[in-house]
Design a protein around this ligand. Structure first.
Ligand code: ZN
Ligand code: ZN
Length: 393
């Protein structure tokens, strides 16, 4: 193995630093003026988790200048109160109301009393919801459409968030190391595991290592399947001469990691000649992309750096997606690293760099890391080795 094995304790699970949620609510209140509202209904669950630590599947937070209330239903009353207490918010003007859905409009009307303009998260509220609210509990107030208010706060990660992102990356790295041995059978010409076998094993290892869930459905794309960037793992068995693209991530205390490795199975097999060339171009493109990441760089420059390497090899048209995306509580969040992105990278953002080349009918390769944007460059969070050839016994 090319990188050191480690015990679960060393990824830092169980001693993750406490998060300062009251700073986040303070920063949100400062954004009320520019957003044109004096209260905000936060209905994106990722934003709710960012602001309060609540991880349930139903709930919203009404944030006012003088307090905040998490409104959820009876399924989550106990856990929501416990999570707010852990977040240090219970005594800080934030409380939980767990009431049935039918009673929530009446409650919201009371909570919003006295607010002149109530902001809604336009990207997370349905047309039907907005209509029901404006004709119902919010009748006396002006409803204001806001966009990205909490998301902008989430872009630059606090140190305690970086600790969680690093832990998620470490869990995924270790799970990958453990599962790689499965591919040895294919490499040795014996019956290899199926794509589903590899995906299931990887997700199970991540759970055993302390992930609350995989960050997304694991992609395992072998042989010709590698030509589809988002291939769904199937029953195809990995065989000697395959390249296998594995895109995987763990979620630890809400925070995601995202990495892709392309594994060469049965090095030296004739089918790998063309695929090997694709792989080295992708690896060089990713190096160029990583070298372009730093505070102040245009996100589109990182994309261009990757695309120039792929284009120079005559494979430009086979790189069919953007170069990367932000990672945090969601596996895909701002900023976007693509040709059309207007984003400028800021220190503390966490982004992926993931060029790929896909040759229909033949196969493909992608290499992806999650990195922290720093003043003079970037720091890798995902550390699994990149030239991955399982040993053949
Ligand atoms: Zn990925
Ligand atoms: Zn990604």
């Amino acid at each position: 193995m090319l990188w050191p094995s480690f015990e679960r304790g060393s990824v830092g699970l169980g001693r993750l630093p406490a998060q300062d949620f009251s700073v986040r609510l303070g920063a949100l209140r400062e954004a009320f003026g520019p957003a044109g509202c004096d209260a905000l209904v936060v209905s994106s669950l990722a934003n709710v988790r960012y602001l309060t630590g609540f991880s349930g599947s139903a709930g919203l937070v009404l944030v006012r200048d003088d307090g905040a209330v998490l409104v959820t239903d009876g399924r989550y009353g106990t856990s929501a109160r416990a999570q707010l207490a852990t977040a240090g918010l219970a005594g800080a003007g934030v409380r939980v109301e767990a009431v049935p859905a039918a009673e929530q409009p009446g409650l919201l009307a009371e909570l919003a009393a006295g607010c002149r303009s109530v902001g809604l998260e336009a990207e997370h509220v349905s047309w039907a919801q907005k209509r029901a609210w404006s004709e119902g509990w919010a009748k006396g107030a002006e409803l204001v459409a806001t966009a990205g208010v909490v998301e902008r706060l989430r872009e630059r990660k606090a140190p305690e968030e970086l600790a969680r992102l690093a832990a998620a990356a470490a869990v995924a790295d270790e799970a990958f190391r453990r599962v790689l041995a499965m591919l040895e059978a294919g490499s040795a010409g014996r019956g290899g595991p199926s794509e589903v076998d590899v995906a299931v094993a990887l997700e199970a290892e991540m759970r055993h290592l302390g992930a609350e869930a995989p960050a997304f459905d694991t992609i395992v794309a072998s042989g010709p399947g590698g030509a589809e960037p988002h291939h769904r793992p199937g029953s195809r068995q990995v065989v000697r001469g395959d390249m296998v693209t594995i895109d995987f991530g763990a979620r630890v205390d809400g925070y995601c990691s995202d990495a892709t490795r392309t594994v060469v199975v049965g090095a030296g097999a004739p089918s790998l000649a063309e695929l090997g060339r694709i792989y080295s171009v992708v690896l060089a493109a990713q190096d160029a992309g990583l070298a372009a990441v730093r505070e102040g760089a245009l996100a589109s420059e990182v994309d261009r750096a990757c695309r120039e390497v792929v284009g120079a090899a005559g494979m430009g048209e086979l790189f069919v997606h953007g170069t990367g995306h932000g990672v945090g509580l969601l596996v895909h969040e701002a900023p976007a690293l693509s040709a059309s992105s207007g984003d400028i990278l800021m220190a503390g953002q966490v982004v992926t760099v993931e060029p790929g080349v896909y040759l229909p009918g033949v196969g493909g390769a992608r290499v992806e890391d999650t990195v922290v944007v720093c003043e003079a460059g970037c720091e890798l969070l995902t550390l699994a080795p990149k030239t991955v050839v399982p040993a053949s016994r």
